[in-house]
Design a protein around this ligand. Structure first.
Ligand SMILES: [Zn+2]
Length: 307
């Protein structure tokens, strides 16, 4: 399988301040691990472009773009909510992060790559059409999915989200769009503390109890995600790849192991092989314990690459 890794140095310049869990060391840990394991040598490396306003406006309001731009400080930090901090370089980072997913779609839809992993930050799945929150400025995966629908003639795309937090932003943006199947697992009740979303034919939200571990997670995917995905037959599969449900990550109570991230990646590859000619665009969301994050991204990439 031909797999690309898209990132950009600007993504490291998004400084969230001392002690913030969503920091540039996350990308360093991932990229150091990919280099040490030798995977970096067999991935195609692509620099993320800046997303355009037109690409963002498919999923965000003009008001949101203006609000984020106006919030960027000339120096120091500014807080958009209790968790979401921006610095002078944050807008460029956010535009690279969303641009990465859009560029990934072009690579995969154009057939030059089978799959792409976007090693980017800030993450995106909490960003709603008109609101930044939860470390997220723009909804990167949503910008990519909308691009696939608008520019590549696709009728059906799936977004699967295994971050431990519910992807309220993605849910919000595609609430009325039946071209998008959204499947997620998340600890509940938990951040973002939005009401438990109702499930429809296009929404497969599976809450996990705080005590959940491998068995509950795998049952959620096997019993709920996979039948919906195989019924929907997505033409491209997007992944909101968050690794904060790992047992070593103290951002949540759910206790998944490395093997669970490998397993769910294998299930996603299976779905994509059955209906989407193997086309997968995956992007980093959460994951804050650096060692488990780096190991699980490596495992995820190995599965995408067929290794
Ligand atoms: Zn998360």
């Amino acid at each position: 399988m031909r797999t690309a890794y898209i990132s950009h140095p600007d993504c490291r310049e998004h400084d969230t301040g001392e002690g913030h869990p969503e920091n540039a060391r996350r990308l360093s840990a991932i990229e150091d691990r990919l280099a040490a394991s030798g995977l970096a040598d067999v991935l195609r490396h692509v620099e993320a472009p800046l997303v355009t306003d037109a690409e963002l406006l498919r999923v965000h309001t003009r008001h949101h773009l203006d609000t984020v731009s106006a919030a960027i400080p000339a120096q120091g930090y500014r807080r958009l909510d209790p968790d979401t901090v921006v610095c002078p370089h944050s807008l460029a980072a956010a535009r690279r992060a969303a641009g990465a997913v859009v560029a990934a779609v072009d690579l995969v839809a154009g057939g030059s790559m089978d799959s792409v992993f976007c090693g980017v930050r800030p993450p995106g799945h909490h960003a709603e059409a008109d609101r930044a929150m939860g470390f997220c400025l723009f909804n990167n995966v949503a910008a990519g999915a909308a691009h696939a629908l608008a520019e590549h003639g696709l009728d059906r795309v799936a977004i699967v989200d295994f971050d431990v937090h519910q992807g309220n932003g993605t849910e919000d943006i595609f609430a009325d769009d039946d071209r998008v199947l959204f499947c997620s697992t998340f600890q509940h009740p938990f951040y973002p503390f939005t009401p438990l979303p109702g499930n429809t034919v296009n929404r497969v939200n599976v809450p996990l109890d705080a005590s959940a571990a491998s068995a509950e997670f795998r049952a959620a995917v096997s019993d709920h995600w996979l039948p919906a995905l195989d019924n929907f037959r997505p033409q491209m599969v997007f992944v909101s790849a968050g690794f904060d449900a790992h047992e070593d990550d103290d951002m949540s109570n759910v206790r998944l192991a490395d093997a669970d991230f490998r397993w769910v990646s294998e299930q996603i590859v299976g779905v994509a092989a059955r209906s989407a000619s193997g086309r997968i665009v995956s992007t980093l969301e959460g994951g804050y314990e650096l060692q488990s994050l780096a190991r699980c991204v490596e495992l995820h990439l190995r599965v995408l690459m067929g290794l």
